[in-house]
Design a protein around this ligand. Structure first.
Ligand code: ZN
Ligand code: ZN
Length: 203
């Protein structure tokens, strides 16, 4: 489903995290091996199947621990939710090893990723921030925002998350979205000014 997967590493220690491995696991593993990276964590920006379907393969290959926000972990393990999403036929993620919440930091060698809880697309959606980069999952895209018509979605909540948690970041913050629908990167400043979903929102 053309999910943007990101490998973030510490240059000094070679420690890495993989964000949203939604397919092409062999390619991701090969890229990590080629760069001598030790994958410590697999981080799901949210629990949607297209973002977590590579978790199992990647965990088997690297031994990395899976991180997810507790609200999505709880939500996506409800039988009726699992049934709804099993229609997609994508592999389920193993149960996350570590549950995070807003304000937590995830250590990657000498650097850190800050967890920003941005519910709306899903209840436990998170963005991962390490200045100047922000991995925005399906919360914020280039010129668009995440869908809110899946179970657990809320447009009001999504727009509130974007406005109060993302638009407050420095305008030069680089946005790395969970899908490249409108482009593969942007900045918070550009999205605040040009993203039609944000400029037209009353929230
Ligand atoms: Zn999603
Ligand atoms: Zn997605």
């Amino acid at each position: 489903m053309e999910v943007c997967c990101y490998v973030v590493s510490c240059e000094k220690t070679g420690t890495a995290v993989v964000i949203d491995p939604g397919g092409n696991e062999d390619k991701i593993i090969a890229a990590c091996e080629k760069n001598n990276l030790q994958v410590k964590y697999i981080i799901a920006t949210h629990g949607h199947p297209d973002h977590v379907c590579g978790n199992r393969r990647l965990q088997e290959a690297t031994g990395a621990e899976i991180i997810m926000h507790r609200d999505d972990a709880l939500f996506f393990w409800q039988p009726e939710v699992r049934e709804y999403f099993s229609m997609l036929g994508l592999a389920e993620s193993p149960v996350p090893d570590i549950l995070v919440h807003d304000g937590d930091t995830i250590t990657v060698g000498d650097s850190e990723l800050q967890v920003i809880h941005t519910p709306g697309h899903t209840p436990g959606g998170i963005c991962l921030y390490s200045a100047p980069d922000c991995f925005t999952g399906d919360t914020l895209f280039v010129g668009a925002v995440g869908r809110t018509d899946f179970p657990g979605g809320s447009t009001d909540e999504l727009m509130r998350s974007i406005r109060t948690r993302l638009l407050v970041l420095p305008p030069e913050t680089i946005v790395w979205p969970g899908h490249g629908y409108g482009g593969n990167r942007s900045t918070i400043g550009v999205e605040a000014k040009n993203n039609p979903f944000i400029t037209s929102s009353q929230i």
